[in-house]
Design a protein. Structure first.
Length: 266
């Protein structure tokens, strides 16, 4: 760590963080497999991840207030186990995307997707999202899968950038608590489910069978479609089920549908 805080708004560190958060940040995130996490809620999980393949902290930037905030929950030795650099409040404000930064920002590195990394242990509950586009929905889906005790969250190709700042914040730290894989095709999902003997159930409002027809204790993969277009044509081994609705809404929001279905299957 630096002993004297960074004071220059033109520091390379500031430019680095801003580049990852800016409009062209997706290209850089994908190229280097890194992203930015900010705030106590994210760092609380990032410092003590639950899964071995979770993103790891590369470097933290802390203000005096941010360091004090971390020290209310972590020991100095836990913090010292990671590289961190002190910055002034003004520099933190220049770095941060949020209007009221908490004095804590971290650059984290994630592993490129390789489903073979997940072929260990018992996989019983998987959530798969096809071309989900809204950052809040994606982050909430990860958080919900974590809360419901699922083993894995998968996203298809052409989904929202899972490592975008809004998605990371919406996970509320769960990106470090449950394995997440991206760019997973429907065929790859089928093969993975076959290896782990998972039944595959796609949520579709026009399905003939209800969600309640599933045996919730059975190993399964739940499939959720795009917010506007729903699901594509699915392989024959996918079963379709629907959540019954009592009112007059056209459909459930995908994050709401995922919450209902994952809670039922948990």
């Amino acid at each position: 760590m630096t002993h004297a805080p960074i004071t220059s708004l033109h520091s390379p560190h500031v430019e680095r963080v801003k580049a990852l958060l800016g409009s062209r940040g997706k290209k850089l995130r994908n190229l280097e497999h890194i992203f930015v996490a900010d705030g106590m809620q994210s760092l609380r999980s990032a410092l003590v991840p639950r899964v071995s393949i979770a993103p790891r902290i590369v470097r933290m930037y802390l203000t005096e207030a941010g360091l004090a905030r971390l020290l209310t929950e972590f020991s100095q030795s836990q913090i010292d186990a990671h590289e961190y650099i002190m910055v002034t409040e003004q520099v933190m404000a220049a770095m941060a995307e949020t209007e009221s930064p908490q004095g804590i920002i971290a650059i984290c590195k994630y592993l490129p997707t390789d489903l073979s990394k997940y072929d260990v242990g018992s996989i019983r509950k998987v959530a798969y999202f096809w071309q989900i586009q809204d950052p809040g929905n994606a982050g909430t889906a990860i958080r919900t899968a974590d809360a419901c005790g699922f083993d894995l969250v998968l996203f298809s190709e052409n989904s929202v950038d899972i490592y975008a700042p809004k998605v990371i914040r919406s996970t509320a730290g769960s990106i470090w608590q449950i394995p997440v894989a991206t760019d997973v095709s429907l065929d790859a999902l089928s093969e993975f489910a076959s290896r782990h003997t998972l039944g595959i159930y796609a949520l579709d409002g026009s399905a003939d069978h209800l969600l309640e027809s599933i045996e919730p204790s059975a190993p399964l993969a739940l499939v959720f479609g795009n917010e506007a277009r729903g699901l594509p044509e699915l392989p024959t081994e996918f079963s379709k089920v629907k959540i019954p609705m009592q009112g007059h809404a056209e459909s459930f929001n995908v994050a709401s549908a995922a919450a209902i279905a994952m809670y039922f299957a948990s």
